[in-house]
Design a protein around this ligand. Structure first.
Ligand code: F6R
Length: 249
């Protein structure tokens, strides 16, 4: 997997934001929508901050952007502090001119028996728009992408997933330090939709990601490390800082 190593997350994020902005502008020129797959978590915050800056200072418009977020905890109220709906509004959507009806995030309030249909229609919406032009990813310490935990197959669809213990433990700080309060499940875009994106960029910052980055880039392709499936994507880039690159050969 091609990997670019930057001195720090800020420089790296500027480069990724520029790629996204260039794509949005190119699609605008062509009179087309730009279909983005977006991630939450700590890694993309600096990318969203740079996109907001470009909107405010450089007039970058999001009017032609249609976005699909990777995942949401289940259950989760959209206005809860930990919800990915709230995260996306606070980090990006409330600060740019994306129309409200243009962004989609899995709903953490669906009744159990409505989840399968919701997941099917989420994928159908993406397909109807011609697929994702660009997918932004983070990576879990266990190699998850979206919330496709180890064991997820390359052809997995959008679905309700049981979260790994390590994933829940990593989120504990957002839930008042109480593991019991971290949801046990999440709705996630499947691996197959991620792999169908025309371009994939994965972000990883810090020493805690060094080992999993080396495994994903240099190890074998295995369901035990879903990020390794990205070796099979023909237009994927890993963007890492120095600390996350230390285990690479
Ligand atoms: C979030 C997501 C997750 C995170 C991953 C890394 O939408 O899909 O896969 O990208 O858990 O999280 P951070 O960036 O907080 O280290």
């Amino acid at each position: 997997i091609p990997t670019r190593i930057f001195a720090d997350p800020k420089e790296a994020s500027k480069s990724v934001a520029k790629e996204i902005a260039d794509l949005i502008r190119q699609k605008q020129k062509e009179g087309k929508n730009c279909v983005l797959g977006l991630a939450t978590g700590s890694s993309p915050k600096t990318v969203y901050a740079e996109l907001v800056r470009m909107h405010k200072e450089e007039g970058l418009s999001f009017k032609n952007v249609i976005s699909f977020n990777l995942d949401e905890y289940y259950p989760m109220e959209p206005d809860a502090i930990q919800s990915y709906w709230r995260f996306m509004r606070e980090q990006l959507f409330d600060h740019v001119d994306i129309p409200k009806e243009n962004y989609f995030i899995p709903l953490g309030t669906l009744p159990q028996n409505a989840i399968a249909e919701f997941c099917n229609s989420y994928e159908a919406k993406i397909d109807a728009l011609g697929g994702l032009d660009f997918q932004l990813l983070g990576i879990g310490g266990n190699g998850h992408i979206g919330f496709n935990e180890p064991g997820s197959l390359a052809n997995s669809r959008t679905r309700l997933m049981m979260l790994d213990h390590s994933t829940r433990a990593a989120a504990i700080g957002d839930f008042g330090g109480e593991l019991i309060k971290v949801p046990k499940k999440a709705i996630t875009l499947g691996v197959s939709k991620i792999l169908q994106a025309k371009r994939v960029v994965l972000l990883a910052w810090g020493e805690r990601k060094a080992e999993v980055i080396a495994q994903a880039v240099e190890g074998r392709v295995t369901e035990h490390l879903p990020a390794s499936y990205l070796q099979q994507h023909n237009n994927c880039l890993f963007v890492v800082d120095m600390a996350a690159a230390t285990e690479l050969k």
